[in-house]
Design a protein around this ligand. Structure first.
Ligand code: SAM
Length: 252
């Protein structure tokens, strides 16, 4: 009981998709009074400007040989940190609960009776397409969406019901760049029209944002060059971009 009193609190915080202004006011407040911040690879370094100068910054994105640091190791770091610091921040790209292992870390904290607070973030899955001129839902064009990961632990494509997925109006894939050809083939084999529009948005919401507009068949044929991090989005809503940006960029 005595030891519990000395324990700090962990804030599981979403940093947003990249643009340092797309972070919540609540997140900035927490960063200002943080004692230690554990941050991920996808957190834009400009966001660290909000962290108070006295705080310790710990990068936990990739370990040696560029492999992800195992979750157990991160859990242990958090456990050690609450023994020594009052405000411990775990800062993650986008929203912590969307493919961010925020759920796993929160359950670990709960199981270890560590006080925590969750601060949601703006997810790249929605904001990145949005700022590239693509509404992921649109009356008459898209009333269903699915958000998938293209990555699984065993290094293979996750085992989804591809037939069911191919019936969804808008498909948003995270971590799907390296398996893009395979994903596109699966969707075509399961009934999705090969001419379905596709967009890849690299480094969305940052000054390095790049968009590649193509079709599912081009992707399946290995003709599309993309670099991570990128959102891979499939669906007719891609065509709305020209209308949305008509005056802004004169795309016509
Ligand atoms: C491990 S997931 C984390 C997602 C994060 N929790 C979120 O809500 O945005 C990482 C993937 O998110 C996508 N991503 C994150 N930030 C991005 C950005 N600024 N531009 C494009 N894709 C991004 C990429 O697909 C990347 O591989």
């Amino acid at each position: 009981m005595k030891e519990d009193k000395k324990r700090g609190k962990v804030f599981i915080v979403g940093a947003g998709p990249g643009d340092p202004e797309l972070i919540t006011i609540k997140a900035v407040k927490v960063l200002k009074r943080a004692d230690i911040v554990f941050f991920d690879r996808l957190v834009n370094k400009d966001i660290l400007q909000y962290v108070n100068r006295e705080a310790k910054l710990v990068f936990v994105g990739k370990g040696d040989k560029k492999h992800s640091i195992p979750q157990e190791e991160i859990n242990k770091l958090l456990l050690d940190a609450v023994k020594n610091y009052k405000n411990v921040v775990r800062l993650k790209g986008g929203d912590p609960f969307l493919f961010g292992r925020g759920g796993e870390e929160t359950i670990f904290l709960a199981e270890n009776n560590i006080d925590f607070e969750i601060i949601p973030g703006v997810t790249s899955a929605i904001a990145v397409p949005e700022l590239a001129g693509i509404p992921i839902t649109y009356r008459s064009l898209s009333s269903s969406i699915v958000i998938l990961t293209g990555h699984s632990r065993n290094g293979k494509l996750p085992e989804f019901d591809w037939k069911a997925i191919s019936k969804i109006d808008t498909i948003v894939i995270l971590m799907g760049v390296s398996r893009r050809d395979e994903i596109a083939k699966k969707l075509i084999d399961n009934g999705l029209e090969p001419q379905t529009p596709v967009i890849f948005i690299e480094n969305g919401t940052t000054e390095n944002q790049k968009e590649i507009i193509t079709t599912l068949s081009e992707v399946a044929n290995g003709k599309v060059d993309v670099n991570p991090p990128a959102i891979f989005l499939i669906g007719k809503v891609v065509n709305l971009r020209d209308k949305i940006f008509k005056n802004k960029f004169n795309v016509d």
